[in-house]
Write a protein that binds this ligand. Structure first.
Ligand SMILES: C[S@@+](CC[C@H](N)C(=O)[O-])C[C@H]1O[C@@H](n2cnc3c(N)ncnc32)[C@H](O)[C@@H]1O
Length: 287
């Protein structure tokens, strides 16, 4: 299941290099599941709300080790494409899809800021926790729209701060993800993903629940039950475990200041619905 380049990279890396690995590179080596915020529930919610028409192509930008693209492909017959800039993650994704017997998904290597596709090729463009890794958020959003078909949907699941995090924490997360982490708000992301020809048709906000140290440890255990990690020498295995645990604890703390939203923008929606008497969903039973 694990490709030669990954095993070679694991053989070559030293313990002191492991201690300095950023999160994306560590994910590529340990094959952690890497899901969108809300996991499969978010993917299924997007599909439920968009119901892609048969035969149309669907794109996930930043597919990493394949979780989201494979989940989408397991629910619909449409051809699904996952695109990522990291070839090692793509390799994991392909193997994972083959092992699961999902044959309507392919994985391409590419950059979200200049997508290797024609205009209007996709019915759905899904992007979760990837645009923030790019240096130019607006250029990436313009690319997503370029490849989006008329009446297609851009599904964006951005993470943003609900309250300002301590500066020191924010800096540690920046180092972990090897990317700038500006304190962005929901309004910022709605602005980034807005387009003159698109209508924001769904906006569902979520908050994160803090996880116990035991739960994080149990999750790390499940990642390290994979044979390619069990076979590593004890010292390397311990260093990899420690690094992954460090990231999960750091992200858990950071996410306690954050939230995410499922945002669906429909391109050229033919039936606009201006509402005068706005409403919001009642949460909780009874009333
Ligand atoms: C934190 S992971 C998120 C994966 C998944 N989308 C999710 O929500 O869990 C970020 C992914 O974005 C990819 N990425 C970063 N910059 C990119 C770019 N310019 N174009 C395409 N993918 C990129 C990374 O390689 C990594 O796989």
């Amino acid at each position: 299941m694990i490709s030669r380049p990954v095993l070679d990279a694991l053989n070559d890396i030293t313990v002191s290099e492991i201690r300095e690995l950023d999160f994306s590179r560590l994910v590529g080596l340990v094959n952690e599941p890497n899901m969108p915020s809300g996991g499969g529930r978010t993917v299924r919610r997007v599909l439920e709300l968009t119901r892609p028409r048969p035969g149309r192509r669907l794109l996930e930008v930043g597919s990493n080790t394949g979780y989201t693209s494979i989940e989408i492909a397991s629910w619909v017959d449409n051809p699904v494409v996952g695109l990522d800039i990291n070839p090692v993650s793509n390799e994991f994704a392909r193997k994972k899809a083959a092992a699961a017997g999902i044959d309507n998904v392919t994985f391409d290597l590419g950059d979200g800021r200049s997508l290797p596709y024609d205009n209007g090729e996709f019915e759905l463009v899904f992007c979760s926790n990837v645009t923030s890794f790019m240096d130019d958020h607006r250029r990436a959003a313009a690319e997503y729209y370029r490849v989006l078909a008329e009446r297609g949907v851009l599904a964006a699941v951005p993470i943003y701060y609900r309250t300002t995090p301590p500066e020191d924490l924010r800096r540690r997360v920046e180092k972990a993800i090897a990317a700038p982490l500006p304190v962005t708000s929901l309004d910022y992301w709605i602005d980034v993903f807005s387009h003159p020809e698109a209508t924001l048709i769904v906006e569902e906000p979520y908050e994160y629940v803090r996880q116990s140290a035991e739960r994080i440890e149990g999750y790390v255990d499940s990642v390290f039950r994979q044979p390619h990690l069990e076979q590593q020498p004890e010292e390397k295995r311990t260093a990899l475990r420690k690094r992954l645990t460090y990231f999960y604890e750091l992200f858990d703390e950071n996410l306690s200041y954050a939230g995410y939203s499922i945002l669906l923008f429909r391109r050229a929606h033919p039936n606009p619905e201006p509402v005068l008497h706005e409403s919001r969903r009642v949460v909780g039973a009874g009333s």
